[in-house]
Design a protein around this ligand. Structure first.
Ligand SMILES: *Cc1c(COP(=O)(O)O)cnc(C)c1O
Length: 370
């Protein structure tokens, strides 16, 4: 079904360092999940629902090895093992939380901002995250988009030179075979007005061996290309994932990280501090801390909006500016991202503003005479 699953003939000896082996051995059924985890009834029900249709289940052996087989509260396990609660809809839930269908300007091309657009090159991923923004479409089976399918999007970009940046996403673009991914990126590079490319992928986190020499050698010819990855918990910073980030950084590719704030997974200042500091050591810049999108069936994984603001208040000033991402809420309906933070302007007067510093001391800043 998906090209990456096509396996070479021959005996299937364990080869955990080969990403193709990882994909062939990803857990996709309840039976396979049972071999990895002592499932709770809630998880078994969730996995059965995933197996019967809807948003599927996939966990690479590598990522499963980071999770606890016995503790259902494990922050790695919580991200990828389905739960019965996914069938529950809470007020505010939306199938398409970011109004992407309404902002689709060509097949697979979403444009919500004046100067950048999002191109979805596949609906497949190595691992399906249970909080996925695109669970309505991801894993539906269509897989990699052909160049013919993407042609109208490429034409639209040529006709709209005001779009200077294209974010290549999916699914996970690294679920495409390398030559196929490079072919898409090269077609984008041929459009003179597309100045910057961004590649959004969770492969460094869930399938770090995917970031191999062939891929990196191809990507480094496409500068300026920024890689956006998706670490959510310090336990994901393993020697393998850190080495994957190093291969990207060594090739001159700036690596940025987007963390999704998730209840019971990373909604804790000490956990986030450890994650963000670890990312900076790995030469990855924490870019956004995203308030979780209001995706249908993810209420059990989301925090109140105020929780993120509180966490930023705890981290601001205590953590290096390099390590501190911006807290952002991508607003329901597709109106765009809104930066959030603790209230810092406590008083505005004529010619003067009072700011609250991270220590809690209020300081007056005087404007120059007009
Ligand atoms: C998030 C997003 C972007 C990128 O936003 P930045 O704030 O530039 O990171 C662009 N287009 C769409 C449709 C998005 O959802």
């Amino acid at each position: 079904m998906i090209e990456l699953h096509a396996s070479p003939p021959g005996p299937d000896a364990p080869a955990p360092h080969d990403w193709r082996w990882q994909l062939r051995h990803a857990a996709r059924t309840v039976a396979e999940l049972e071999r990895l985890f002592e499932l709770t009834d809630d998880e078994r029900q969730g996995a059965l629902a995933a197996e019967r249709g809807g948003f599927p289940l996939a966990i690479t052996p590598y990522y499963a090895s980071l999770a606890s087989p016995s503790d259902p509260a494990c922050p790695i396990r919580r991200q990828v093992v389905p739960r019965a609660l996914e069938a529950t809809t809470v007020p505010g839930d939306l199938a398409d939380p970011l109004g992407e269908e309404a902002h689709t300007v060509a097949p697979e091309l979403i444009r919500r901002y004046p100067d950048r657009a999002l191109l979805l090159v596949t609906d497949h991923c190595a691992v399906f995250c249970r909080f996925c923004t695109r669970s309505r479409t991801v894993g539906s089976g269509a897989g990699a988009r052909s160049l013919e399918r993407l042609e109208p999007a490429l034409r639209w970009l040529r006709e709209h030179p005001e779009v200077r940046e294209v974010i290549v996403s999916g699914g996970d673009p690294l679920a495409l075979a390398t030559p196929r991914l490079l072919a898409v990126l090269e077609r984008l590079r041929e459009i003179p007005s597309v100045e910057v490319l961004r590649l959004a992928t969770r492969a460094p986190v869930v399938l770090p061996m995917r970031v191999d020499d062939e891929l990196v050698a191809g990507l480094r010819r496409l500068h300026p290309l920024w890689v956006m990855t998706h670490f959510n918990h310090p336990r994901e910073l393993t020697p393998e994932s850190v080495a994957a980030c190093a291969r990207l950084a060594d090739a001159g590719l700036p690596v940025m990280n987007q963390t999704v704030l998730l209840r019971g997974i990373n909604d804790d200042a000490a956990v986030l501090a450890e994650l963000f500091r670890g990312l900076v050591r790995a030469r990855v810049r924490p870019y956004y801390l995203l308030h979780a999108d209001v995706v249908r069936g993810t209420g059990h994984l989301r925090t109140p909006l105020a929780r993120g603001i509180e966490l930023m208040r705890e981290l601001q000033g205590r953590l290096s500016g390099l390590a501190l991402p911006r807290l952002v809420c991508d607003t329901p309906g597709g109106y765009g991202k809104v930066p959030l933070g603790p209230e810092v302007v406590v008083q505005r007067g004529p010619g003067s503003t009072t700011l609250r510093t991270w220590r809690g001391v209020d300081v007056e800043v005087i404007d120059p005479p007009t």
